[in-house]
Write a protein that binds this ligand. Structure first.
Ligand code: SF4
Length: 394
């Protein structure tokens, strides 16, 4: 039975913020009434996100929790009972958000939505809300706007003129995997197509985007999300798609969202995805984006899975560096980045320190920000293995 609710705007902020968090947080039906009562819905609506210049507190909300789609994993799927179907009008959302950001409660907005009347019609109120924020309320802060499947090119263009970040959520690693998660979504046309539009529009506009955004001269970033697990995809499939998007459409970031079964959905009995799988995917993704690893470098097993008991960089190093440690005083940046315990910052610090003199021991690495204990088995100092690793090699 559909729950009918007529909350005011402030109640909607709490309710829709709480509902927007269900993707990550499970389902209200799985909580006891006492646990439900204890939940602070406003805290669930106000969340911290990581931005390149540091953490930021944003309002995470939905334009509406109504949805006509039937995605198998989703708490909001059409016809599912127990979910309040609530929506904001653009004026209402813009006004409430402005009130919150004027009061210093939030610094940014992350706006998503259920789908009502198709992707294009669902995008209209989202765009209108942000347009009002930018023009009527002169808000210049951070906005992350989801591009709905089925949105039109002109809407994507408008989204890019208003938002600092847009997301096109692929959910599945490829068309076949998406079909077993969300059969009405069109992987190639609606989703990859929208990503290509984002790239084309960003390239065409260069630095001449509308000057309403936080960083007007900077093209908005594009991100995506995968639902990990229930479609039976391998880690290799997910990372293959992510790597293709990093190169092809300049995707800024992929999010790997471990699946949690939601009652009263077709995937209610599917197994939850172990947290370690999500963690390993993020580690491997990090290697692709910041450590110069290629897809072929990642230590997949025959089934395409990453090792679960060890991080992918250490697994790679055990295979490739165990007999050929890296000479810290001569290695290139790329070679240093292959060593466990050495990241981009410590690699740069090592290169800088080498211009002043030779590094002689693990303590020198530690002083430059490396995790020396992790690096120890895989490095040499002027041909000498650090004493700590003698046991490792004997
Ligand atoms: S379109 Fe979005 S909100 Fe609707 S069922 Fe699918 S994932 Fe859920």
């Amino acid at each position: 039975m559909r729950t009918i609710v007529k909350p005011d705007a402030r109640q909607k902020i709490k309710l829709l913020g709480h509902l927007a968090g269900l993707d990550c947080d499970g389902d209200p039906a799985s909580k006891t009434p006492r646990q439900q009562q204890k939940r602070d819905f406003l805290k669930e609506a106000v969340v911290q996100v990581q931005r390149p210049d540091g953490p930021m507190v944003v309002l995470r909300t939905l334009q509406t929790s109504a949805c006509e789609q039937n995605c198998f994993y989703c708490p909001f799927r059409a016809g599912r009972s127990g979910i309040p179907r609530v929506g904001f009008g653009p004026d209402e959302l813009a006004r409430e958000f402005d009130r919150m950001q004027q009061a210093g409660v939030v610094k940014g907005l992350f706006l998503s939505s259920g789908s009502v009347g198709g992707g294009a019609r669902s995008m209209d109120p989202m765009l209108a809300s942000v347009e009002l924020l930018r023009r009527k309320y002169a808000y210049r802060g951070y906005v992350h706007l989801k591009i709905m499947p089925g949105a039109e090119r002109a809407q994507v263009e408008q989204a890019l003129s208003l938002a600092d970040r847009v997301s096109v959520n692929l959910e599945g690693a490829n068309a076949k995997r998406l079909a077993s998660l969300a059969p009405r979504k069109d992987f190639e046309g609606e989703l990859l197509g929208a990503m290509r539009w984002v790239r084309e529009i960003a390239q065409a506009q260069g630095s001449s985007f509308d000057r309403l955004r936080t960083h007007p001269a900077k093209a908005p970033s594009l991100v995506t999300q995968f639902v990990v697990g229930p479609a039976g995809e391998s880690d290799r499939e997910l990372l293959t798609t992510a790597e293709r998007l990093y190169r092809g459409v300049k995707l800024a970031r992929a999010y790997y969202s471990g699946f949690n079964p939601v009652p009263d959905t077709p995937l209610a009995n599917a197994a939850p995805t172990p947290a370690v799988r999500e963690h390993r995917l993020y580690q491997a993704d990090w290697l692709l984006r910041f450590y110069g690893f290629a897809l072929g470098d990642l230590p997949f097993d025959r089934s395409g899975a990453l090792p679960s008991d060890v991080d992918p960089k250490l697994a790679w190093a055990r295979q490739h560096l165990a007999g050929r440690p890296v000479e810290v005083n001569r290695a290139s940046r790329r070679e240093l980045l292959r060593v466990p315990g050495i990241g981009p910052r410590s690699a740069d610090a090592i290169l800088g320190a080498r211009r002043q003199g030779h590094l002689r021991e693990l303590g020198d690495l530690r002083a430059l920000g490396a995790v020396a204990s992790r690096a120890a088995p895989f490095v040499l100092f002027d041909g000498r293995r650090p004493p700590q690793q003698l046991g490792f090699w004997s």
